[in-house]
Design a protein around this ligand. Sequence first.
Ligand code: CUA
Length: 196
Amino acid sequence: MAESSGNPLQQPLADGIVPEEVVARTENRWVIIMAAMLAVMMAVIVITGVAGALHPSSNVEVIDPQTLHLGGEFAESNLGTAIEPDGSTTVRLIGEQYDFVPHCVILPAQTPVKFRLTSADVVHGFLLPDTNINTMVVPGFVAEVRTSFAQPGEYEMPCHEFCGLGHHAMWTRVSVVPKDQFTAQGPLERKRCAKQ
Ligand code: CUA
């Protein structure tokens, strides 16, 4: 080391110190990887939104969560499945700690269905596996989501938003039946299928 020039820039780096150009190259690579991940995620959102109708519910209807039971759209007699004049169906549900009301709804297959949901207490989540239905249910707002079921079957709908100690047990069920079986049922029978 006798010929050491005394210029610190010319001296070899100590063990464990990474040269600046290596640091800059690594950081540039990570910036590119992060930008690519953001682009992929944005593309997933746009493509699933356009192709699969997967998008956040855009409804901004407001409702007073304190008076749901007193009348109006979410009074108890209006909950469950209703048939619209054009033959489609509308399901009205209330999420509350820790159940959806009604606990089970009946729907016809191959028919457009509109779910209208609201919460009586805290934020809940409403998810229908294998469909485009996935929404938050926020007190004070009405969430509206639409789908249709190609096949009859039983679909379980868990609450997927942590809402308290009983969250894991909060779920409801849709029983999708063939269209002719649905229309053959009486108005009360086809509203809901939960055992009273
Ligand atoms: Cu309701 Cu989790």
